[in-house]
Structure formats: C-alpha cells, structure tokens
Design a protein around this ligand. Structure first.
Ligand SMILES: NC(=O)c1ccc[n+]([C@@H]2O[C@H](COP(=O)([O-])OP(=O)(O)OC[C@H]3O[C@@H](n4cnc5c(N)ncnc54)[C@H](OP(=O)(O)O)[C@@H]3O)[C@@H](O)[C@H]2O)c1
Length: 360
C-alpha cells in the first residue's frame, strides 16, 4: 500500500492522552498532519490540555479531540472516516491495578479487533501503525541472546508451564505478552484478508524520556520508577535484569516515519529498543547514571533482594539485549543518547511535581 502524507487526509491516534500517545500526536502535528486525537473522556482537562495546547505551539498540523472506547464496537467508525492512517497506541494497562489481567488481554485483542473493523469500514485508511510491545518479542533465552523482529514471545515455550491461556486471568505479565502476540498476528491477518490497508507494528521495550503531561507519571510505569529512585527509594521494577531503554520521542518518531515510509509492508515489525549497549543498564548502572545526571540528589538503587541475586548469579540477568537497527536503517530513525533520555525523564517528573527529589 502506498505511503501516506499530510495531503492524504487526517490521521487518528488512539490512546492519545497517554505517555506514548501524546508524543505520537506531537510528532504528527510537527509533520503537518491534522490529528484526530482519541481519548476516553474528552471532558477531562488533566488528560486533554496537553493535546489541545499543541494547537498553540506554532506547528504546521493541528489536533482535534475525539472520544472513543476500545471496548465498544464501532466507537471509532465516525472518527476514522476520511482518515488516511490510524496509529493504534491505546491499550488498557495494568499500571494502577485498575485493569486486571483479563481486561489487559481483552483490551489488546478485542480492542485491536474493534479498531481494525472501524478501519475496514472507513475504506480510506491505507496504513495502521499498531503499538505492540517488546513483550511480544521477548521469550526465554540464554543470557546475552540478542533479540530481533524475528522473535515472538511464544517461541521457546515448549514445557513452559507459565505460557498457557489459563494464566491470562492470573498473571499480568502473561496476559500482556499473550495479548500483544495475539493482537499483532490478528491485525496482520485482518489487513491481509482485506487488502486495502497495511498493518505495521512497533515493539518498544523500556520507554523513558520527557513527559508532556502530569497525567503521565502513572504508578508502576518505568518513568514512575525513575521518579522513585530520584526520591531516594529503591528500584522496585526490572532490577533482576537489564533495562533496555528507548526514548519516548524516538518511539513517537518511529510511528510517524512508518506512516510515510516506502519500506514498510503489511506484517513489518520494528522493535524499538536500545540503539546500542549504552542503552542497556542494570540497576546499579542505572543508579550511577542518575547520580551523575542529578548530582544534587541521593539516588535510590537496588532493592535489598538484589544482594541475593548477585550472590547467586553474579549480578542481574544479562538480558534482554535488543537493538533498534531495523528502525534506524529502514525508517531513518535517529535516536537520543540514553543520558538525555534519563535526564529528561527525571527533569519532567520533578517539574510536574510528581516526585519530591531526595536532595543532599
Ligand atoms: N510505556 C512503555 O514502556 C511501553 C512499552 C512497550 C509498549 N507500550 C505500549 O504503548 C502503548 C501506550 O502505553 P503508555 O505507556 O503510553 O500507557 P498510558 O500512558 O497508560 O496510555 C495508555 C492509553 O490508552 C488509553 N486507553 C486505556 N484504556 C482504553 C480504552 N478502554 N479505550 C480507549 N483508550 C484506552 C488511555 O486513554 P485515556 O487516558 O483516554 O483513558 C491512555 O491514553 C500501549 O499499547 C503499551 O502497551 C508501552
């Protein structure tokens, strides 16, 4: 299917008020698109003001707010009419415990099904960018294994008792990964059967970088954990393995580049991960980087359980290792250095009042 440009019509973004979605809207407005920014509640200024505010930013494109819910069939029909591309970023996530594992799975699978069905009804959409996750790529592997877009989370699961549909109701991580695998495959299949549009997926790993809104420091998110460390508290997520870090601005830019790229086709996947080894940090390295970037702060480090891991395995697990080479080569993505990503995460968490730094 041909590439899309701003001249082809408006584009729609689901999950527009989210951490990633708000940056996707910004990237598209900067490129001159009229963006139909879909939120679940357009009357909540805490979530929408950063989107509406972009219309005062002097950008060539503009933002129109739309209301729709992934769980309601046909909710995106009207919004997608005339749209040339859809960027399906939104998903109910488990961050604040508001969504249980079943909702997370159903949000990915049924929600994406509803989005693609609305795309089909529109008849005008040529390209769908689907925000999947590195969770749809990552599977059990030996330390040091380097993942690529060829990998699926369902690989290497023979004899793995955790990888079973029975766990969708019980284990948030399994529900999330299974939901992303199933929805990616379903979306590619639906597009192939229809033949009028392509679905291209992106699979981000640990997304960090500047927040555009105070609403985006959700408890449990990676940016929230960085905030906790800047508050002098221990790291409570991902300390057992490497943080494979990608900048939220690069994730957003990749979405926009895919809309306009001649190199993508239905079923193309782009893992959005570290650019190189510098972006893969264990919890001690993460603490060291943050302490250097924020010299006035007593930065928290590994939790107390970390010592046992170090004794048993000699340090955190050496993985997941993965590099966004394909996005750099095929899309021309230019990436931010990890220090800039970490600094901007901390700076905006502090400036939005989401964290009280542990000043020395
Ligand atoms: N952040 C990461 O590290 C990371 C890594 C890999 C993949 N991803 C993927 O990136 C996407 C965005 O994640 P995020 O970190 O930006 O999360 P987020 O800040 O929580 O944003 C999620 C968005 O989804 C929307 N949403 C939730 N339930 C919905 C529903 N029922 N109907 C319509 N929209 C709904 C929310 O919209 P409202 O606010 O309007 O309710 C919100 O804007 C997700 O697909 C996630 O799986 C994120």
């Amino acid at each position: 299917m041909p590439r899309v440009t701003p001249a082809d019509g408006p584009v729609a973004v689901t999950g527009a008020s989210g951490y990633v979605g708000s940056h996707v809207v910004l990237a598209l407005v900067k490129r001159g698109y009229t963006v139909r920014a879909c939120v679940t509640d357009s009357s909540n200024p805490r979530k929408t003001s950063c989107l509406i505010g972009l219309n005062q930013g002097g950008y060539p494109g503009r933002v129109e707010l739309r209301t729709a819910n992934l769980f309601r069939e046909g909710d995106y029909d009207e919004t997608f009419t005339e749209c040339a591309a859809v960027l399906h970023v939104g998903a109910p996530l488990g961050y604040r415990g508001t969504n249980g594992p079943r909702q997370v799975y159903d949000g990915a699978v049924n929600g994406t099904g509803n989005v693609i069905n609305s795309v089909k009804k529109s008849g005008n959409v040529k390209r769908v960018v689907y925000t999947s996750s590195f969770a749809a790529i990552n599977h059990p592997e030996a330390p040091g294994y380097v993942f690529t877009e060829q990998d699926w989370a369902s690989d290497n699961r023979l004899g793995d008792p955790a990888w079973t549909p029975d766990n969708i109701d019980r284990k948030p991580g399994i529900a999330y990964a299974m939901g992303k695998v199933a929805s990616e495959r379903m979306a590619f299949r639906m597009a192939a059967e229809d033949g009028r549009f392509d679905v291209i997926s992106v699979c981000p790993s640990v997304v960090l970088g500047p927040l555009l809104s105070a609403a985006n420091g959700l408890a449990g998110s990676w940016q929230y954990i960085v905030g906790k460390m800047l508050a002098g508290q221990p790291c409570t997520r991902g300390w057992q393995y490497l943080w494979n870090i990608v900048d939220v601005r690069d994730v957003a830019q990749a979405h926009a580049l895919i809309v306009e790229s001649d190199n993508c086709e239905n079923g193309s996947r782009y893992q959005l991960t570290a650019s190189d080894r510098a972006g893969e940090l264990n919890v001690e390295e993460l603490q060291t980087h943050l302490a250097r970037l924020f010299p006035q702060i007593n930065v928290g480090g590994p939790p107390k359980e970390y010592a046992e891991i170090v004794t048993r395995f000699g340090g955190p697990f050496d993985g997941p290792r993965a590099y966004c080479d394909r996005a750099r080569t095929e899309l021309g993505l230019k990436t931010h250095p990890v220090d800039d990503t970490l600094f901007e995460t901390g700076r905006t968490m502090i400036e939005f009042g989401l964290v009280k730094p542990a000043l020395k």
